[in-house]
Each structure stands twice: as structure tokens, then as C-alpha cells.
Write a protein that binds this ligand. Structure first.
Ligand SMILES: Cc1cc2nc3c(=O)[nH]c(=O)nc-3n(C[C@H](O)[C@H](O)[C@H](O)COP(=O)(O)OP(=O)(O)OC[C@H]3O[C@@H](n4cnc5c(N)ncnc54)[C@H](O)[C@@H]3O)c2cc1C
Length: 114
């Protein structure tokens, strides 16, 4: 039997995911759903967005934060705003309340994509 454990970043969203010559993706970008702890699908989707923007930036010879900003905008439009909402929902319930019927109802609605 092997015990596999680790931390999952379920804190508030980062203010920015890009800087000059730098793009954050996946756990490093806190792209985990704060309600579910799921981060694999988000990391894969964000990785694709980041790669598309990075390829264009490199081809244009400009990897400044401004040139990379469209990755951040696309992430927010696709998932980022929803992850921020899910963080706010999670924070309304203390750790001891996260098996309450109210929390579970919000969890089901949020996971259902509504
Ligand atoms: C116990 C546990 C269970 C989870 N279960 C689920 C689940 O069921 N569903 C789900 O969607 N999400 C789950 N998650 C979350 C999910 O695993 C992460 O959100 C996701 O893997 C993030 O992908 P990533 O590429 O950002 O990071 P990672 O998958 O952690 O990949 C980072 C990689 O970088 C490597 N690395 C680190 N430092 C260096 C270095 N200096 N040089 C080179 N390489 C380096 C690491 O070895 C690793 O391979 C779980 C997390 C944990 C801890």
C-alpha cells in the first residue's frame, strides 16, 4: 500500500498570470476549482491557451506582459471568473460547515456548471 498525498491550491485567484517573459499555468496559477479541488482539466485547458498565446508572442518577437495578456483574458472568460465565484462560495462556509445541506446544494449547483 502506498500513501499518495499532497496540497491543492484552493486560495483566492492570483491578480495576474503573466509578467514579462513569464506565464503561470495549472497549480502555479491557482487554476484549481476551490469547491471541488479538481485541477487537471483546468490545467490542460489553460496550458493549451498559454501555448497558443506564447507561440504567437514568440513569432512576433514580443514576450512582454502586454503581449501575453490575452492568455489571462481568455482564461478569465473560459474558467477564471467561475473559479473566483467558486472561491467566494467556499469562503461563505467554514470548514465545519462544508457537509451542511446548504453547502452541498451550492456545491451541486456550482459543479453542474450553473
Ligand atoms: C492528492 C491529490 C489528488 C487530486 N485529485 C484530483 C482529481 O481527482 N481530479 C482533478 O482534476 N485534480 C486532482 N488534483 C489536483 C491536480 O492533481 C492538479 O490540480 C494538477 O495536477 C495540476 O497540474 P499542474 O501541471 O499544474 O501540476 P503538476 O501535475 O503537479 O505538475 C507539475 C510537474 O512539475 C514537476 N516539477 C516540479 N518542480 C520542478 C522543477 N524544479 N523542475 C522540473 N520539474 C518540476 C513536478 O514533478 C510535476 O511533474 C489532486 C491533487 C492532489 C494533490
Amino acid at each position: 500500500v502506498t500513501l499518495v498525498v499532497g496540497g491543492v491550491p484552493v486560495g483566492p485567484p492570483l491578480p495576474h498570470l503573466v509578467a514579462n517573459g513569464l506565464m503561470l499555468v495549472g497549480d502555479a496559477a491557482r487554476q484549481v476549482d476551490p469547491l471541488t479541488g479538481g485541477g487537471i482539466a483546468n490545467a490542460m485547458m489553460a496550458g493549451r491557451l498559454a501555448a497558443e498565446v506564447a507561440a504567437q508572442a514568440i513569432a512576433a518577437g514580443d514576450t512582454s506582459a502586454d503581449a501575453l495578456a490575452s492568455y489571462e483574458e481568455r482564461w478569465l472568460a473560459r474558467r477564471g471568473h467561475k473559479m473566483a465565484r467558486n472561491y467566494r462560495l467556499k469562503e461563505r462556509f467554514g470548514p465545519g460547515q462544508r457537509t451542511s445541506p446548504d453547502f452541498l446544494r451550492i456545491f451541486m449547483v456550482a459543479v453542474g456548471g450553473i
